[in-house]
Design a protein around this ligand. Structure first.
Ligand code: NAG
Ligand code: NAG
Ligand code: NAG
Ligand code: NAG
Ligand code: NAG
Ligand code: NAG
Ligand code: NAG
Length: 380
């Protein structure tokens, strides 16, 4: 990474909360043309809502047991909470990969049928889990799952589902699910992330009351337009000992200014980011070494005001006296660290780390990465 003052790119990552990571050396279908995950009820995740990501194995009893309380909580909160399910077919659950592939096949045919089929697998795990299928061929298990899925989705879909198992694309989608989970450090099911952070008390033990305890303060904080210390404490305490080197003087203050401005007027966030990029030398290390922190804040408030508009001077200044904006900036830092991001810039595409990441990604390189994915999406 170039020795430059850099703004936390995490800010940008937070704008789309569906980002993940990747191990280099994987096959060439990474990154995939589409982000992994099945949205519950809605086709698009509402970025303003609280996002739960659940990693499930359709044949895992603990996943099954955790679903009814989570579903109840989702119905309680309505549009304020979104769910994205990622599949992690565990290698030690027989047939988990075939069942997961059936879910991808059905999801391609009719997204509304995905969750009914997932629930069907939860209810009928004993048919497919280990002993009962030990003497069956793989082909006959696939046939059995095709028949069952057809019953859930509708008889007219029998051929499409059967053909789905002969389509290498559905195999790839299922592999992507597996790789996505592994890239997030998920090693079992169920695993839950809330707004991008692993639920500390993870696993099957999350009952309805536990969900309420987690989500009530977050929903409350959103309603008031304030993420108070109490509500964020839950995330922050996960990582209270993490003090990575902040080796760019003033990076935290500049990042905080971006959070403050984003809170005042989201449209002004990128202009301010670009302003910082253009004026890094004013704030980077040596030139500010003899300045007090207070005078640096004052300077940044003045500059931000010029970008956002004079009428906002007071709000920006007060923003630096509001613990909420300090917390938001800490969350940005912690979010990055929790994803394994250790420098900037880092780029993720559909949730997978760009292998050749870093300052060297020029326009040509972006076109090379994105053209093939856009082509794949068009159906090429
Ligand atoms: C899709 O699945 C849902 C739920 O199973 C069903 O109600 C709907 O009729 C299906 N739509 C089509 C086009 O098959
Ligand atoms: C599988 O085959 C073995 C040996 O033939 C037999 O002992 C066992 O009961 C069979 N299991 C099932 C579930 O059919
Ligand atoms: C699967 O596809 C191959 C070629 O793509 C074809 O030869 C074969 O008949 C297909 N099998 C089924 C069961 O559709
Ligand atoms: C928000 O910022 C944009 C871009 O700087 C500006 O055009 C717009 O007028 C601002 N809106 C308000 C309400 O200040
Ligand atoms: C900071 O202060 C030291 C000691 O007074 C001085 O040598 C140095 O030139 C100053 N740096 C700047 C950027 O003003
Ligand atoms: C910051 O807030 C404290 C109490 O919340 C207040 O006493 C102080 O005057 C404020 N400072 C500024 C610069 O607004
Ligand atoms: C863009 O980056 C690629 C590889 O990272 C390099 O080979 C190429 O020369 C660069 N192109 C320009 C115009 O800098």
């Amino acid at each position: 990474m170039a020795p430059k003052f850099t703004i936390s790119i995490v800010m940008l990552l937070l704008q789309s909360q569906l980002l993940i990571l990747f191990k280099s050396g994987a096959a060439d279908y990474i990154p995939p043309a589409k982000s992994d995950g099945f949205g519950y009820k809605t086709h698009s995740i509402n970025l303003d809502s609280i996002l739960i990501e659940a990693f499930y194995d359709p044949l895992c009893p603990d996943s099954r047991d955790s679903w009814p309380p989570l579903k109840k909580a989702l119905h309680h909160y309505g549009h304020r909470v979104s769910l994205l399910v990622h599949l992690l077919p565990l290698p030690y659950h027989d047939n988990a990969f075939v069942a997961s592939r059936a879910l991808h096949i059905v999801n391609e045919l009719n997204t509304s049928a995905t969750y009914p089929l997932l629930e069907w697998f939860f209810e009928n795990q004993d048919k497919f889990y280990n002993a009962p299928t030990r003497n069956l061929s793989r082909a006959s298990i696939v046939e059995e799952i095709v028949k069952s899925a057809t019953e859930v989705v509708g008889n007219s879909h029998y051929s499409s589902i059967k053909n789905g198992f002969n389509d290498s694309n559905t195999d790839l989608l299922t592999r992507v699910s597996f790789k996505y989970a592994a890239s997030r450090g998920v090693y079992g099911t169920p695993f839950f992330y809330v707004n991008g952070f692993l639920l500390p008390d993870n696993g099957a033990s999350v009952d309805y009351n536990a969900w309420r305890k987690v989500l009530d303060p977050l929903v409350g904080a959103k309603k008031k337009g304030v993420k108070n210390e109490e509500s964020l404490h839950f995330f922050l305490e996960m990582d209270s000992s993490s003090v990575l080197e902040m080796y760019h003087d003033n990076a935290f203050v500049a990042s905080r200014a971006l959070h403050i401005v984003n809170g005042l007027n989201t449209s002004a966030t990128y202009p301010l980011l670009e302003w910082f990029f253009k004026n890094q030398e004013k704030f980077y290390n040596a030139p500010t070494r003899n300045l007090s922190r207070a005078s640096i804040v004052k300077e940044i408030v003045k500059s931000a005001t010029e970008v956002v508009g004079k009428s906002h001077y007071k709000s920006i200044k007060n923003g630096f006296n509001d613990t909420n904006t300090d917390l938001l900036t800490r969350v940005s830092f912690k979010y990055a660290a929790s994803r394994g991001v250790y420098g900037t810039p880092f780029f993720y595409v559909n949730g997978f780390l760009l292998p050749d990441t870093g300052a060297s990604v020029n326009y040509t390189a972006w076109r090379k990465v994105l053209d093939s994915l856009v082509g794949a999406k068009k159906g090429v």
